[in-house]
Write a protein that binds this ligand. Structure first.
Ligand code: HEC
Length: 153
C-alpha cells in the first residue's frame, strides 16, 4: 500500500512538473504562437559575421521607413512619403549591391522584387491616392513578411 502511494505521488509529481514546464514554455513563446516550434526551420543565408550587423541595421532602417511613410501619409505629405519610399525601400544601387552579396539566388530575387515594389510604392504615393497607396504599402510589406518567414541569417 505504501509503495503504491509512493508510486502515485511520484506520478502526480511528474505530471505537475510537466504542467509547470508547459506553462513556462507558453510564457516564453507567447500563447498566440501555437504553431511555433523551438526549432528554426527557415533557410539560413550563412551570413558572415561582418555582414550580420550591416544587414540588421539595414533592416531596422526599413522599419523606420515604413513608419515614416505611414506618418507622412496621415499628414497628407505624399511627396515626402514618396521620396522616402524611393530612397529607403526602392532599388537604389546600394540596395542592389547589398542583395547581390548573398549566396542564394531565390533570396536575391525576392530582395530585388521587394525593392522594386518600394519604387512602385513611391510612384503610387505621388498620385496622393490614399487607398492605392495603402494597397502598394501592403504589397511591399508582404515581401517583409514572406522573406522573414523563409530566411534567417
Ligand atoms: C529578401 C528578404 C527580406 C526582406 C524583403 C525584408 N527582410 Fe527584414 N530581415 C531579413 C533577414 C534574413 C533578417 C534576419 C532574420 C534572422 O536571422 O532571424 C531580417 C531581419 C529584420 C529585422 C530585425 C533587425 C534586428 O536588428 O534584429 C527587422 C526589424 C526587419 N528585418 C525589418 C524588415 C522590414 C520592415 C521589411 C520590409 C519593409 C523587411 N525587413 C524586408 C530579410 C528580409
Amino acid at each position: 500500500m505504501k509503495r503504491i502511494l509512493i508510486a502515485v505521488s511520484a506520478l502526480i509529481g511528474i505530471v505537475s512538473f510537466n504542467g509547470v514546464f508547459a506553462d513556462d514554455e507558453k510564457m516564453h513563446m507567447g500563447s498566440h504562437h501555437h504553431e511555433m516550434s523551438v526549432i528554426d526551420t527557415r533557410t539560413s543565408l550563412a551570413v558572415s559575421p561582418e555582414m550580420k550587423q550591416h544587414q540588421l541595421s539595414n533592416m531596422r532602417e526599413h522599419v523606420v521607413a515604413i513608419k515614416s511613410i505611414v506618418g507622412l501619409m496621415s499628414e497628407n505629405k505624399f511627396e515626402e512619403a514618396s521620396k522616402i519610399a524611393h530612397a529607403k525601400l526602392g532599388l537604389t544601387p546600394e540596395m542592389e549591391a547589398m542583395c547581390g552579396m548573398f549566396n542564394n539566388e531565390q533570396f536575391k530575387t525576392l530582395g530585388l522584387a521587394f525593392h522594386k515594389s518600394g519604387d512602385d510604392l513611391g510612384n503610387v504615393l505621388q498620385t496622393k491616392d490614399v487607398n492605392a497607396s495603402l494597397r502598394a504599402l501592403n504589397k511591399t510589406m508582404q515581401y517583409c513578411v514572406e522573406c522573414h518567414a523563409t530566411y534567417r541569417q
